[in-house]
Design a protein around this ligand. Structure first.
Ligand SMILES: Cc1cc2nc3c(=O)[nH]c(=O)nc-3n(C[C@H](O)[C@H](O)[C@H](O)COP(=O)(O)O)c2cc1C
Length: 132
């Protein structure tokens, strides 16, 4: 898919089917995130791929968008890596570029996704989750 077509065609998807997402596709999406630009090339992101239903349920309890989270059978949790940070604003901008790259890759693979920023209101609760 042409990049302009991907940018213009991508939409947030908030309800998902039952099909499992193949590992190969997840790897493509994660690589798209990793290849995002970042200030000083510090790559201040860490990802956790979640397929475990109990962990998905625990994450759903951290957001008002619990129905969206519950409907997914795969989540990618994107974390700002405090050990790699050099400037909070620039690092958060890099996280945005990284996440947009992943959303575009998802779309180009004919999959759907939505960015759920609201969950940041409960980030301490998210950080206490035991990710499986
Ligand atoms: C930083 C950020 C945070 C977002 N947080 C949420 C969210 O918490 N819940 C949600 O349903 N959509 C969220 N979205 C998706 C936006 O609502 C969506 O991108 C916007 O309405 C435009 O629609 P589109 O993505 O279909 O083009 C977020 C998007 C961004 C960039």
């Amino acid at each position: 898919m042409d990049v302009i077509d991907a940018i213009l065609g991508r939409r947030s998807v908030r309800k998902f089917g039952d099909a499992e997402v193949e590992d190969e596709k997840v790897d493509i999406v994660l690589d798209a995130g990793r290849w995002a630009p970042s200030g000083m090339n510090n790559q201040p992101w860490q990802f956790i791929v979640v397929r475990d239903r109990k962990t998905i349920d625990n994450i759903a309890q951290c957001t008002i968008y619990d129905d969206i989270v519950e409907s997914a059978n795969l989540l990618i949790a994107v974390f700002l890596d405090k050990d790699e940070m050099y400037d909070r604003t620039e690092d958060v901008m890099a996280i945005g570029a990284c996440t947009q790259n992943m959303l575009l890759a998802v779309h180009s693979l004919r999959l759907g996704a939505v960015w759920l920023g609201e969950i940041l209101k409960e980030k301490e609760k998210v950080n206490r989750i035991h990710f499986v």
